[in-house]
Structure formats: structure tokens, C-alpha cells
Design a protein around this ligand. Sequence first.
Ligand code: COA
Ligand code: MG
Length: 292
Amino acid sequence: MTQIKFRPRRSCLYMPASNERALEKAKTLAADTIIFDLEDAVAPDAKEAARERACAALQSDEYGDRELVVRINAMDTPWFAKDLKQACLSQADAVLVPKILSADDIIQINRSIDELGTGLTTKLWAMIEMPQAILNLGDIAALGPNTRLTSFVMGFNDLAKEMRAVHNRSIFGPVMIQSVIAARAYGINIIDSVYNDFNDPVGLESECLEARKLGFDGKSLIHPVQIETANRIFAPDAEAIAEAEAIIAAFKDPVNAGKGVIVVDGKMTELLHLKQAKQLVATAEAIGALGK
Ligand code: COA
Ligand code: MG
């Protein structure tokens, strides 16, 4: 299993790449990841200009530590090839490809990026939003270790449409669990879908909590007002950090040397918990180091 170097992705903010004000504002926002959208949020007539604007933003060096991702148009559209080429040559950290159906799609896109030239570091993120992708989750995720594929992003607006379901979060629980399991089996990151009602912080918080409990790394967002909630919920809180530090300290204690299981704060604690504790502290440190 490939281990991906840790980077916080608590808040992944979409913005239409056609929206100059949003692109400007993003330079000051505390989102871990910025997703310049060329797809759903951009009208057909604005696609070319949006692509140019996104590429100029990528090359501007004005977005600090933020991870910069471009959501390009789907493989069966007239914009796909140029979107992919320009985003990769502009050194996007990743291209997010919508409407992925199968492992073959990933193989094809991966090959197309490789053919653009040597030394390109752009990763591949896949939208999980089509019924076929849900059926093929395991096969798609299995390509993680041998391709540029590093992240899944759930797209429940499209999935609900494809299923002809009424968009209601409660129906997606099983899909969320299956997707996390597929992602984690192959070291892939996984980002939750958007919450459309951006004026409802309570609803957003409840979705963030649900996703965090299921193991998601973060949430995709549509408005700056949502960033604080996602950053807070997807970061380890003070209590969890203190607990993790106590576990690390207990295993370091010479009286526990060589032991596989000990008692910390009245609870059975095994080496797997030590590993988890170290991961949590590393996550907290990586978040703390942002913007420094
Ligand atoms: N990223 C960065 N900045 C954003 C933003 C975003 N996603 N959404 C809004 N802003 C900025 C606005 O430009 C405005 O900036 P200003 O103060 O410099 O004028 C400020 O935040 C306040 O915006 P507001 O007036 O509350 O929102 P709006 O009515 O202009 O836009 C949406 C509402 C939903 C249209 C807009 O938030 C949006 O386009 N979101 C992303 C949609 C998207 O990318 N969808 C695809 C994935 S599902
Ligand atoms: Mg969509």
C-alpha cells in the first residue's frame, strides 16, 4: 500500500474559475485546498476564458501554501483534452476529473498526463458521482498505488440526479462507507460532498461531523463562510490531542518497555492505538504548521 505524505485537506473550496472576485478572494481564505472549477459552475460560453484564468492563477504564486486543484470538464466533452493539458502544464497540484466511470478512465487519464512530458507532478483526483463509479469503487481505488490517483471527491448532487433520488443526505450513508473503505484499502484520500445551503451552519456542521466519524479527510465547500466549520471539525480537538499525547508518553515510560498492551486512563491501549495516537499528533502538527 502506498503511503501518501500527509497534508491537511479539511476544507476544499470550489470556485467557478470564471469568477475573478472569487479567485482574488481565495488568496486570503483559510481553505486548505482551492478547487478552480471549469465544469458545472462554468457556462459553456465561459469555458475557454475560465481555463485561462485558472492557469494564470496557478502560475501566479499568490496562493501561499494552499493546495491548488483544477476541476476539469469530463472526458466526453470537447474541453477535456485542453483542460487536462493546460492544468498539468501550469503545474496544478491535481486535476479533479468529474464523471469517472471505471478503472479504464483512470488508466487513460493517467497515460494522457504521462504523455504530456516528463517531470509533471500533477496528481489525479476522481469525482465519485456516477452510479458506475460506485459499482467499480474497488477497481478504481486499486489503481492508487500505481498511478497518479490520490483522492476521491464525493459528488452527491450528481449522484442523486443519476439515481433519480430526492437529494437527501440520509440515503448516502452506505455509499459513504463503501467509498471510505475502498479509498483506505489503497491509501487514497477522501473528501466529502458539498452542502448546498451555505447559509445553514448547523446543517453543515452536522454533515462535517458525520463525515469525520466515517473517516473522511475533509469536506468540499462552495462558499467562504463554510471554511471555519470544516477546518474545526476535521482537525483533532484539544481533548483528542491530550489523549494521544498521554498514550505516546505511556508507551515511552520505561515500566512499559516492550509491552504490546497497557492501561492508559483506565482503558486497554495496544500498539495500534499508539500508531493512531502518533498519526493524530502528526495531523495536528501539520495543521499547526500551515501558513507558517
Ligand atoms: N470562493 C471564493 N470566494 C467566494 C466564493 C467561493 N466559492 N463564493 C463567494 N465568494 C466571495 C464572493 O466573490 C464575495 O466576495 P467579495 O466580498 O469580494 O465580493 C463574497 O465571497 C461573498 O459572496 P456572496 O455574495 O455571499 O455569494 P454570491 O451570492 O456571490 O455567490 C454562490 C454564491 C453559491 C454562487 C458562490 O458562492 C459560488 O459560486 N460558489 C461555488 C460554486 C461552485 O464552484 N460549484 C461547483 C461545485 S458544486
Ligand atoms: Mg457535478
